[in-house]
Design a protein around this ligand. Sequence first.
Ligand SMILES: *[C@@H]1O[C@H](CO)[C@@H](O)[C@H](O)[C@H]1NC(C)=O
Ligand SMILES: *[C@@H]1O[C@H](CO)[C@@H](O)[C@H](O)[C@H]1NC(C)=O
Length: 308
Amino acid sequence: METNGTFHKEFYILAFSKYVRSQFVIFFLVLFMYLFCVFGNLLVVTLIYTASQLHTPMYIFLGNLSVQDIVYVSAILPQLLAIIVTGDTSIAFLRCIFQMFLFVSCVITEFLLLTSMAYDRYVAICNPLHYAIIMNKKTCTLLAAASWLIGIFSSLKYSLLVSNMSFCSSQEINHFFCDMKAMLKLSCSNTTDVHLSILVEGVLFGIIPFILIITSYAYIISAIQKICSSAGRYKAFSSCSSHIIIVVMFCGTSLTLNLKQDSQEFQEQDKLLSMLYILLVPVLNPLVYSIRNNDILKAIKTACWKVK
Ligand SMILES: *[C@@H]1O[C@H](CO)[C@@H](O)[C@H](O)[C@H]1NC(C)=O
Ligand SMILES: *[C@@H]1O[C@H](CO)[C@@H](O)[C@H](O)[C@H]1NC(C)=O
């Protein structure tokens, strides 16, 4: 601990205080998205638990993604709503660190879960004969557990590092939650090592998974091209593209925002861009994956029937 007073300090989350006249609109937008997200994802989890035919790897990953999405938005949005309503922007230091911990672990877990899902689809479509052997219960549990554990331990490391830093000057976080990069900007400790670690883990748990996901879908799409029925091809292709759009939206925004160089002038745009992967992606995930996963399978099954 560099300063004794660290734990008595608080931060101030500026959120959207610049947009005074739009507070009302922002509040209802965020509230609507939050409720929609929690409700949609709870529905997915309940469906998966109650329907025994959905106890397959694909849906187990989807269930985990939904739980992760609920934690993800609940870590940030209720606090943001409270700030907008009460106008009280202060947040206790430890609470801020905890929010950062939940957020960072969810982002890493989401990258890894999305990778597991893409791999699962890749094996199911490109190697269907060996699917049951490759994607057995053990592999599936291992992939899901690893996604959570890596996310939690990596995030724990950052939380400990940041909580041991000293914050001397301004404690105003120019973001709508305790974002790690925004907090590092306020620290007067040496942040060289933390930034290096973010870069390394950004490649390891961000860029590499992203490349793996895109590669899986490239194989899936080329396998789909070989399906002869054009209706089946169209359906499977449109499902795949909706998955890819979500993945690019989530991975693209979170990677660019977290790995690019800081600059003062783009702070406001960055805040709005973060909304994409913090608000929109968790809302779209259950819609796109639960509806369109089935489409891929159905399309391929019908196409295969026609071939036979
Ligand atoms: C998450 O994955 C684990 C391990 O495979 C599984 O046991 C659990 O049921 C999954 N959770 C949900 C909500 O699907
Ligand atoms: C910060 O730490 C790095 C490596 O630990 C060191 O190379 C650098 O000189 C330090 N910077 C300052 C301003 O102390």
